[in-house]
Design a protein around this ligand. Structure first.
Ligand code: 4UW
Length: 514
């Protein structure tokens, strides 16, 4: 077996909960502002954040929801997000994070699959939340900026502060269930333990060199593992400051960078493209930025270099995956290879495996990237088959990405083996879109693949077998059951979907048709 060990010194992972790790960073700095609500300028100090977390844990414990309950959060990035996330964790529960652009059926599926007993949201999403809860075991609705009419408000769920972390087994207890389709099939609950998150914060802190003077504008959604670990957990743990933005808007982003003198930008490739090319960038003072960090989808070396040059900053990439809590590779300040996702974070091992023969490949050859380390998930919720397909013997996670590692340990993502489509860094699971299309009357079969797109990275394209159905009907159907970024941008009506003898869609054949 040819193992590429991280070139960095190993770290030891403290045996604590993720919230204890956060508090270790914040204690003693109670007066420091650590979160600012971007649009309003409202500030939250470390001390206030810690007491709100303890008060929420106390309130949910008094209601009997904690310890042990699973609580769903459906919200954009707001200062209350870390309160809910860590309040649940401090009280001994599990959080499942839901994309607030989801339709009611998508929310309902996640609530039911994760076994959520409470849904926390904001008034903007109250209506869709109520619709989604019907018929599920999720009984309690909390509207952080509302309440009434059967819903609880934030004040209702706050209680006497729970002074100590609820006890637990940090290596086993699942603290968060984000959803990911992994290498195949529909989105699944990814079981990440306290230890997984503590490990990944420790591993990335050892490389990232974040200080209390650092500031980041947090538009990457906290429901997705990139924003959750890097901004909400790593940044706060390092006593740095996050300025929350509920959704991406280039003008507001640039204005907040200028106003708060942001030092680090955490972005995805489509934003890198805008920052490299958009004339609006010249209207703002972005001289405070010293590092630009991109990931979640492929980005060419040229754009990576161009955005760095324009900002006079160090521009780098990292690689992550929900199932890896999420970071396995990062670039350190002075060792930049544009186009590479960097070297493995500490205590992380990699293999490059030939997908056909399952033989290990040496440096310089392309194969499937396999990862082992303390950040690797516990498994998929209620899905031992998918877990077994993804986890190879010896605790290796098969990423479904094709990569190459050079002699110095720099990793380059080359292609994707798995079905996944990445729209602006968001996951689109072909199997989920195919199932939605097949549920439309008159559709007998469907296949969905990604097509390269200059702006979004990739967009979903559908091949459907539906002789009597109009495209407009399919579009209207998707409106009702799929978040916008999952909608096929193009429909091709075909006589049949090419399949292997075992019934697997031959996606490569479809790709060749494009
Ligand atoms: N190049 C090419 C990349 C890259 C990539 C990811 O939605 P998920 O499960 O998770 C993520 C997490 C991304 C991330 C988190 C923290 C971090 O520091 C960082 O670097 C800045 C990135 O996206 O999707 C996982 C899949 O996304 C693709 C790849 O296919 C992977 O399996 N992907 N990063 N640098 N592709």
């Amino acid at each position: 077996m040819a193992i590429f060990a991280s070139p960095r010194a190993p770290v030891s992972v403290p045996d604590t909960s993720v919230t204890q790790t956060l508090f270790e960073g914040l204690t003693g700095r109670e007066d420091k502002v650590v979160v600012i609500d971007g649009p309003s300028g409202r500030t939250v100090t470390a001390g206030a954040l810690m007491s709100q977390i303890k008060a929420l844990a106390g309130g949910l414990t008094a209601r009997g929801i904690l310890p042990g309950g699973t609580i769903a959060i459906l919200a954009p990035n707001i200062p209350e997000y870390p309160v809910v996330f860590h309040g649940v964790a401090w009280g001994g529960g599990t959080v499942t994070t839901i994309n607030p652009t989801y339709t009611a059926p998508e929310i309902q599926h996640q609530l039911q699959d994760a076994g959520a007993v409470m849904l926390v949201t904001i008034s903007m999403f109250e209506e869709v939340a109520r619709t989604a809860m019907v018929g599920t075991d999720c009984r309690d609705l909390v509207v952080l900026d509302g309440g009434g009419n059967g819903a609880l408000g934030m004040a209702d769920v706050m209680g006497a502060e729970l002074p100590e972390q609820a006890p637990g087994d940090w290596a086993k207890d699942v603290v968060v269930l984000p959803y990911s389709s992994g290498t195949t099939g529909r989105p699944k609950g990814v079981m990440l333990t306290h230890r997984n998150l503590v490990a990944n914060v420790t591993q990335s802190a050892a490389v990232a060199d974040i200080t209390p003077d650092d500031k980041a504008i947090a538009f990457l959604p906290f429901f997705h593992i990139y924003g959750m670990t890097v901004l909400m957990n790593l940044f706060l743990n390092q006593r740095a400051m996050i300025i929350t933005m509920p959704r991406f808007d280039l003008e507001m982003y640039l204005r907040l960078i200028q106003e708060h003198r942001a030092t680090r930008l955490y972005i995805v490739p489509p934003v890198a493209l805008a920052l490299a090319k958009h004339p609006m960038v010249d209207d703002y003072d972005v001289s405070s930025v010293k590092q630009i960090f991109s990931g979640a989808a492929p980005m060419g070396a040229e754009i990576e270099a161009a955005v760095g040059t324009r900002f006079g900053a160090n521009s780098v990439q990292g690689y992550g995956m929900t199932e890896l809590s999420p970071i396995s590779h990062m670039t350190q300040g002075d060792s930049i290879r544009h186009g590479s996702s960097g070297q493995a974070v500490p205590s992380t091992e990699c293999r490059i495996v030939d997908p056909e023969t399952l033989e290990d490949l040496p440096a310089g050859l392309e194969g499937e990237l396999w990862i082992r380390g303390p950040q690797v998930m516990k498994g998929y919720l209620n899905n031992p088959d998918a877990t077994a397909e993804t986890m190879a013997e010896g605790d290796w996670l098969r990423t479904g990405d094709l990569a190459e590692i050079d002699e110095e340990g720099f990793m380059y993502i080359r292609d994707r083996l798995k079905e996944l489509i990445k729209y602006k860094g968001f996951q689109v699971a072909p199997a989920e879109v195919e199932a939605a299309l097949c549920a439309c009357e008159g559709v007998t079969d469907a296949a969905v693949i990604g097509r390269i797109d200059a702006e979004a990275g990739e967009v979903p394209i559908a091949f459907v077998v539906a002789p009597e159905v109009e495209e407009a009907t399919l579009r209207a159907h998707c409106e009702g059951c799929l978040a916008h970024y999952k909608h096929p941008v193009d429909y091709r009506f075909v006589d049949s979907v090419p399949k292997s003898a075992s019934g697997k869609i031959l996606r490569r054949e479809l790709r060749d048709k494009l």
